[in-house]
Design a protein around this ligand. Sequence first.
Ligand code: NI
Ligand code: MN
Length: 231
Amino acid sequence: MKITYFGHSAFLVETNEKSVLIDPFITGNPHAEQAGIQADALNCDAILLTHGHEDHLGDTEAIAKRTGALVVATFELAMYLQAKGCAVHPMGLGGRRSFEFGEVQFTLAHHSSSVIDDNGVPVYLGNPAGIIFQAEGKTLYHAGDTALFMDMQIIGQQNQIDLAMLPVGDNFTMGMSDAVEALKWLKPAQVVPIHYNTFPPIQVEIKEFPAMAEVTGVSASVLEPGHSLTL
Ligand code: NI
Ligand code: MN
């Protein structure tokens, strides 16, 4: 399984001879743009979304329509994208389903989920989520945007997580120290910090994170946008 980071919360996972995008915010994502990533050059079989905020929904509609990729999201967000003409599969928190590309379960996330309409008013789109993704015997946990929450203990008990992607940018989500607390409960083999240094409110000293994570025995990889790791 090859996992490529596009900055912020966006990843491409290549597994089972399929390509799966998670939260493909490319256009307007300074990290992706600096790395020369272009939304119209990305191909995939499926797009997994944690919630409807623009920095996660990103280029989903354009990529899904161009490629025919199946968008897997919580119910209201899936229906919103279906109305825009995307192929979707709706799910709910706690539900698990096998697809050709792998198995998906949506988990709790403590956050919100909305899109801003043409009048600047938020339209609510149901529950935000985290994602457990399993394929080729590997387990990923993409936490989406979330506060620290104690049910991460259950996620850690029920899954042997090979790689956790955890937000660390603070302000809208956990900061670095809460992400370290999360590691104690999730017990992943590895962690990649996400959702930091994209915009002024989420600036952190990311170089401090690996040493902070090390205290829990978890190795942290600070991935450069455009770079990959293999599980
Ligand atoms: Ni958000
Ligand atoms: Mn976000």
